[in-house]
Design a protein around this ligand. Sequence first.
Ligand SMILES: NC(=O)c1ccc[n+]([C@@H]2O[C@H](COP(=O)([O-])OP(=O)(O)OC[C@H]3O[C@@H](n4cnc5c(N)ncnc54)[C@H](OP(=O)(O)O)[C@@H]3O)[C@@H](O)[C@H]2O)c1
Length: 224
Amino acid sequence: MSVPHTALVTGASRGIGAAIASALSDRGVTVLSPRRQDLDLLSSDSIRAFVARHRNAGIDILVNNAGINILNAIEAVRPEDWQAMLQVNLTAPALLAQGLAADMRARRWGRIVNVSSVFSQIAKEKRAAYCASKAGLDGLTRTLAVELGPDGILVNSIAPGYVDTELTQQNNSPQNLAKITRTIPLRRLAQPHEIARLIAFLCSEDNTYLTGQTLVIDGGLICQ
Ligand SMILES: NC(=O)c1ccc[n+]([C@@H]2O[C@H](COP(=O)([O-])OP(=O)(O)OC[C@H]3O[C@@H](n4cnc5c(N)ncnc54)[C@H](OP(=O)(O)O)[C@@H]3O)[C@@H](O)[C@H]2O)c1
């Protein structure tokens, strides 16, 4: 018989995060999806305070979903934008995993999913910090899988291609998206619930042996 689970999902106000929160909740998981006032990933102090408030709250699933992508050619990247992308996309997931690992170890069960991107593996102009942060996130995933595996904590990354969310609309013109769509073998963007379904599996008791991986979910985009 399965035991109750509690998940922390970051960035669940919209887009992929909202779909993850609803997929987990549909499967009987209690979901914490703090607003930015309660957990600001730009601030390591805010992260530490959140973790301290939720110690012993039974969080045994962590989905590091929130991410930002500020586009600029390398010469034009502002130091504060570089810092913000590394902080939200890489340091915050590490700090949350660090803060929540002890509770998961005590339960001898845990699931961590980091939302990476195909841009951890391929490149596109104006995405130096984004690509670097997501490649770093995949490295973090593998190390956490090795360190936490002996206590029953499974850790994976998922790497979506283009998903129909505000972030995608903001960073690609409609003409660009039409062009991109023609290069995707499935000839469409992903819908957030399609990404969420895979994450729900990775976080579930059905996932008993898959850990340390980056699973690409991109409609076939980068296998070409
Ligand atoms: N969309 C895609 O095509 C795509 C493809 C590959 C990977 N991804 C990755 O998937 C994840 C979700 O993307 P999305 O498209 O759903 O993004 P989105 O629609 O832009 O939503 C981003 C979420 O992150 C939250 N967030 C941003 N900065 C934050 C901060 N400092 N503190 C707390 N929360 C913060 C936002 O909260 P607020 O409402 O407070 O702003 C929002 O809930 C990201 O990691 C992204 O890199 C997306």
